[in-house]
Write a protein that binds this ligand. Structure first.
Ligand code: NAP
Ligand code: MG
Length: 478
């Protein structure tokens, strides 16, 4: 039975209420988790606040970093056990879950190593003055995370905040919180002082809402849907605190006639089937130059037909979707596209002997999709790819930028000038040229523009997001 982790202790909810933990590959419950409410959030925020004047605050940056590096080692030692937990909780194929655990460990290693390398500045100013710029923790940071990559998200969101010396309160998704809870035990074993990390599980409208509106938090980082992101930004605005929002995407893969088509086709499939398309940076729009449209689509069709969805242990391209609602949502997109007369170019399979009751959807390729159809504009968050032809470079750029989102773009061409011209004109946070990194890159600053959010996580930049900059001006006399 999973419990809240508050002030270094496993505790029940004040209400005594629990929620089921569902295995998406069977639809059956295999555990319970605590249904946290405003009182539980209040306890967690109180524990985090107290940690800021306790042993946690006394550690040097180097000592904080060492704890995170120890966490990285412990996570790697338990990779298989954690991957099994992650795949059971989220339905991920085992090889993807194993990779996610390695990435979570890598975040701990990267930010552990970086903790004492975030330096301030000394600024030349008027004579007789000494000016330094120091970086200090915000205080209590609130983290609200989605269900698609719980282990990786913990690494990406919580770990840099700890590296900077903040005290954390995390509300993971009720659909996927087992790996973040397992990381609490690991953090304790690695020597993290009580209260530095607190996790309250529960529903978004209840525990998440209470956390985002709590009067004693200093900063919020949220990853999830644009709709809830707007609520979070309003809550932050009410208290004039900073928020970082990592929201969805509808990222284009732009394939020109001079591209290495074999390589492009392989990446295109992976970028939409990874995590069954439930990846904010999924390459969900395939923009193909008309002169090679039929040829390239033929190559993608072949690969799509071979793709399949199965249980985590079957380790196919896709696992099940996270829950019944997500399956219904994705099937709704597929049905409406079919009803609109958009051709299904290819469909993968669902393995015949998957457990009944799981939330499986076969990878599906549609095309040509009209540019204003919802399949070309809205985030599906499932293994559904929309192919759209374009004519010229200018047309490709306009089309790529034509959604409300702006997270990633992939450019496939051998023309170096074109690569740079297009990269400069993409309205988004990351551009990949002749490669595509859905979800990847611990070292690479990541985030969006437009409805994809604002602020940056990952890489060194995340550390700058998670701290206050203070300028100290001293008159030292003549
Ligand atoms: P979601 O419904 O927005 O939920 C995200 C988190 O917010 C969950 O922990 C959820 O709790 C919580 N929440 C829900 N309502 C809330 C409220 N009123 N106040 C405070 N918290 C609330 O998103 P999701 O369905 O889990 O995830 C899918 C979305 O996330 C997609 O749009 C995807 O693109 C986006 N995403 C973006 C990135 C990125 O880095 N840009 C990464 C991953 C996912 P419960 O789920 O427990 O109710
Ligand atoms: Mg949810």
């Amino acid at each position: 039975m999973a419990q809240h982790f508050i002030n270094g202790q496993w505790v029940r909810s004040t209400s005594g209420q629990t929620l089921p933990v569902i295995d998406p590959s069977t639809g059956e419950s295999f555990d319970t988790l605590e249904r946290g409410n405003a009182q539980d959030i209040d306890k967690a925020v109180g524990a985090a606040r107290a940690a800021l004047s306790g042993p946690w605050a006394k550690l040097t940056a180097t000592e904080r970093g060492r704890i995170l590096v120890r966490m990285s080692q412990l996570i790697l030692e338990r990779q298989e056990e954690l991957a099994l937990l992650e795949s059971r909780d989220t339905g991920k194929p085992m090889s993807q879950a194993r990779n996610d655990i390695v990435v979570a460990a890598r975040y701990c290693e990267f930010y552990g190593g970086a903790a004492d390398k975030v330096h301030g500045q000394q600024i030349p100013y008027m004579n007789d003055f000494h000016v330094v710029v120091i970086r200090e923790p915000y205080g209590v940071t609130a983290h609200i995370l989605p269900w698609n990559y719980p282990a990786q998200m913990f690494g990406r969101s919580v770990v840099p905040s700890l590296a900077m010396g903040n005290a954390v309160v995390l509300k993971p998704s009720e659909d996927a919180c087992l790996s973040p809870l397992a990381f609490c035990d690991i953090a304790r074993e690695a020597g993290l002082p009580d209260g530095a990390l607190n996790v309250v599980t529960g529903l978004g409208e209840e525990a998440g809402d209470a956390l985002s509106k709590h009067r004693d938090i200093d900063f919020i980082t949220f990853t999830g849907s644009p709709e809830v992101g707007t609520l979070i930004q309003k809550a932050a605005a009410e208290r004039t605190i900073k928020c970082v929002l990592e929201l969805g995407g509808k990222s284009p893969q732009i394939v020109f006639e001079d591209a290495d088509l074999e390589r492009a086709a392989t990446f295109v499939i992976k970028a939409i089937t990874q995590n069954a398309g439930q990846t904010c940076s999924a390459g969900s729009r395939l923009l193909v130059q008309r002169s090679i449209y039929d040829r390239f689509i033929g190559m993608v069709v072949e690969r799509f037909k071979q793709s399949s969805a199965g249980s985590p242990a079957m380790d196919r391209d896709c696992g099940p979707l996270i829950n019944a609602g997500q399956k219904q949502r994705v099937e709704g997109f597929i049905r409406r596209a079919v009803d609109s007369g958009i051709p299904v170019l290819a469909q993968g399979s669902v393995v015949a002997d998957v457990p009944t009751g799981g939330y499986y959807v076969a990878p599906t390729l549609f095309g040509p999709v009209p540019r204003d159809h919802q399949l070309a504009c809205d985030e599906v968050f499932g293994p559904v790819l929309a192919a759209i032809p374009f004519d010229t470079e200018a047309d490709a750029i306009a089309l790529a930028n034509a959604t409300d989102f702006g997270l990633l773009a992939g450019i496939w061409t051998r023309d170096g000038g074109r690569q740079t011209r297009i990269a400069k004109q993409m309205h988004c946070g990351q551009v990949y040229i002749n490669c595509y990194g859905a979800g990847g890159g611990v070292e690479l600053p990541f985030g969006g523009v437009k409805r994809s959010g604002h602020g940056r996580e990952k890489g060194f930049l995340a550390l700058e997001e998670f701290c206050n900059v203070k300028t100290v001006v001293q008159y030292h006399g003549e």
